[in-house]
Design a protein around this ligand. Sequence first.
Ligand SMILES: N[C@@H](CCC(=O)N[C@@H](CS)C(=O)NCC(=O)O)C(=O)O
Length: 203
Amino acid sequence: MAKKLHYFHLNGLAESIRYILHYAGEKFEDVRYDLSAWPIPHVKESLPYGQLPLYEEGGKSLNQSIAIARYIASKTHLLPKDPWQQAVLDAVVLNIYDFWGKIVAYIREKDPAKKAVIKQELLDEVIPFFFSKFEQELKSANGHFGGKLSWADFIFVGIIEAVNLFLEEVIEKKYPFIAALIKEIQTLPGVKEYIATRKSYKM
Ligand SMILES: N[C@@H](CCC(=O)N[C@@H](CS)C(=O)NCC(=O)O)C(=O)O
């Protein structure tokens, strides 16, 4: 039975999973839904918690983007064998998702005036706080979270790309290790070819 990854026509929470699958050379069906047509009742009702992404393999299915990415990575060298190293990377991924949570508040805000205030807070406080820590972690560990290429690096780049609305310039100017990691992941074999042909939309 074919492997399938279901998500919207967005980078969002699925792009890092797509990257890991392409890097691992896995064949899978990249099933995408149009966000403007959402909710599609029969699809939403079929999802365990009504949300995407959903991964299918061998007649089984898995929700939660972190669980999916970690599972796929476990079949590659992207998840270390050592339990401590695994826990370190789990913490990295959860730190990245804490940052993502702040961005979601910005994306969801519809009122332009409130949105502008949130954006300023992101630029003045949230981004400097998280990014200086991410940068430091990368700098002290050979440019990769946990010291070598891992699924946490993919998650990081997937999330950064999803929120790259106004980050590109900030990253280039201030965070060279983050910029280098983004470039590295985007040019990995499998990922590079996928990016060259993808049709994704940022939020
Ligand atoms: N914790 C979940 C969050 C999933 C989630 O928030 N999915 C959103 C898209 S990013 C969704 O399905 N939204 C549509 C809906 O809730 O109906 C994960 O990491 O997979």
